[in-house]
Design a protein around this ligand. Structure first.
Ligand code: ACO
Length: 428
């Protein structure tokens, strides 16, 4: 039986349908609200109570700490799948067969290069440029070299644009790092797996052989999978809303990269390590920083803590915490900031400020510690997040296009001046 919500405004009742998701989530469908009421709208800054779309890609239950891609639990995927399988699953809806995965990888490999002129653009950036800015600029610039990727309407055109960006994005990410590190901009080796090839592109030193390290490859696969999608977060909503104007895949992704950069979103992974380093330099006094985080007159927040949706625990953080211990041990790395992180977590989980506000470690709290152990420099943490989130952004963009969603254009409630007569400059 279909459910109805009734709202009453000035004594007049309006009925609105309630839609139900496959996990029994209920949402009042307000599409017809303005028409029915003669112009009344809703307001919800930060969209804390507003669904922007129906989506079949990712399910998360913030109260129970559940995260699933296309129905598969994040725990299973992080343990058993590789990143490219998960990318295929997110984008096309099903886990690939062996043949499908091989074709997908071959199609990506065929695109794993960029126009040599891209190097000239990279040369124009100062060495100190943050790699996220370089990455978003280069992703936009790719359109100039691949104009056919803009107007993609058919599934075939979408597929071509998708494998193109999945091939080129790791190159751009690695080169953003190599530029900063002063290494020559070189390619990897297409005989390697997607993640291993990326690592080679990042770390191959001139005049030295690159040696694959399975521990590093497995750890990065896991991290990328854990970051691959997270339904309608800030960057994904950005990708969908930019894409809704038919602006094209690459520029929509570029906008998503910029949204991810902020320290309240993907930039938190860099901010966490900087915070832990600062605590270490300050003598490891975690209590002092706990007090700062709770002090409302101090803008400091405990980075890597809290989440808009998870109000119990972030299942990704649980997996990453275990992985951090395993990876550091396997690589023989001892990192004093891991102990500081564990100490902070313990204190926060026993502190009523954090408990009452349901603030738990999020995906970014421990990820930076693993990235560091893998040899990835701090400024590259957020680009690594972007590399992981790429399939999710693509899947959400493709879903939006296939569902022919309308252009995103929110309403507002105007609170400025009412009509005023113009006064010429000499009379003001
Ligand atoms: N440290 C201290 N206090 C916090 C923190 C924190 N990390 N996070 C939230 N709070 C407090 C707020 O001050 C607020 O307190 P109040 O009710 O007394 O005013 C309350 O908890 C609720 O916080 P909001 O900011 O309203 O929660 P919101 O859902 O809007 O924000 C966010 C979520 C942005 C993630 C926030 O928790 C935060 O800034 N965390 C630190 C940054 C971070 O780790 N971001 C990564 C998120 S995961 C991701 O994007 C991949």
């Amino acid at each position: 039986m279909s459910r109805i919500a009734t709202i009453e405004i000035d004594g007049k009742k309006y009925e609105l349908p309630i839609i139900e998701g496959s996990e029994n989530e209920l949402a009042i469908d307000i599409k017809k609200l303005r028409g029915l009421t003669g112009g009344i709208t809703t307001i919800d800054p930060g969209y804390k109570n507003t669904g922007s779309c129906e989506s079949a890609i990712t399910f998360l239950d913030g109260e129970k700490g559940i995260l699933r891609y296309r129905g598969y639990s994040i725990e299973d995927l992080a343990e058993k799948a590789n990143f490219l399988e998960v990318a295929f699953l997110l984008i096309f809806g099903e886990l690939p067969s062996v043949d499908e995965l091989e074709k997908f990888h071959e199609d990506i490999k065929a695109q794993a290069h960029v126009d040599e002129d891209v190097k000239k653009i990279i040369d124009g950036f100062p060495k100190a440029a943050h790699p996220m800015g370089v990455l978003s600029s280069l992703t936009s610039a790719l359109v100039a070299f691949n104009p056919a990727s803009v107007n993609v309407d058919s599934e075939e055109e979408m597929y071509n644009a998708i494998v193109r960006i999945l091939g080129k994005f790791p190159v751009l990410t690695a080169w953003a790092y190599r530029k900063q590190a002063g290494f020559p901009l070189e390619y990897g080796d297409n005989s390697l797996g997607y993640v291993d090839n990326f690592l080679k592109m990042m770390f191959k030193k001139p005049a030295a052989e690159y040696e694959s390290n399975q521990i590093v490859v497995d750890a990065l696969n896991k991290l990328l999978i854990l970051h691959a999608d997270h339904e309608q977060n800030c960057s994904t909503s950005t990708v969908r809303i930019v894409g809704s104007s038919n602006a094209g895949l690459f520029v929509s992704l570029s906008a998503g990269i910029n949204a991810l950069w902020g320290p309240l979103h993907g930039g938190a992974n860099q901010a966490v390590i900087e915070m832990l380093e600062a605590i270490k330099e300050d003598g490891g006094d975690t209590k002092k920083y706990m007090a700062k985080a709770k002090d409302k007159s101090d803008p400091f927040r405990l980075m890597g803590f809290g989440h808009r949706v998870y109000k119990n625990f972030d299942p990704r953080a649980k997996i990453i915490k275990v992985a951090a211990d395993e990876v550091l041990e396997a690589l023989g790395v001892e990192d004093p900031i891991l102990e500081i992180a564990k100490g902070l977590e313990k204190e926060a989980l026993e502190d009523s400020y954090f408990v009452d506000r349901k603030l738990y470690p999020n995906v970014d709290f421990y990820s930076g510690i693993i990235y560091r152990a893998l040899g990835i420099p701090t400024e590259m943490f957020t680009p690594m997040f972007a590399l992981g989130r790429l399939p999710g952004w693509i899947a959400q963009w493709r879903e939006m296009r296939l569902r022919k969603e309308p252009i995103g254009r929110p309403r507002q409630v105007y609170i400025g001046e009412t009509y005023r007569k113009f006064i010429s400059a000499n009379k003001r």
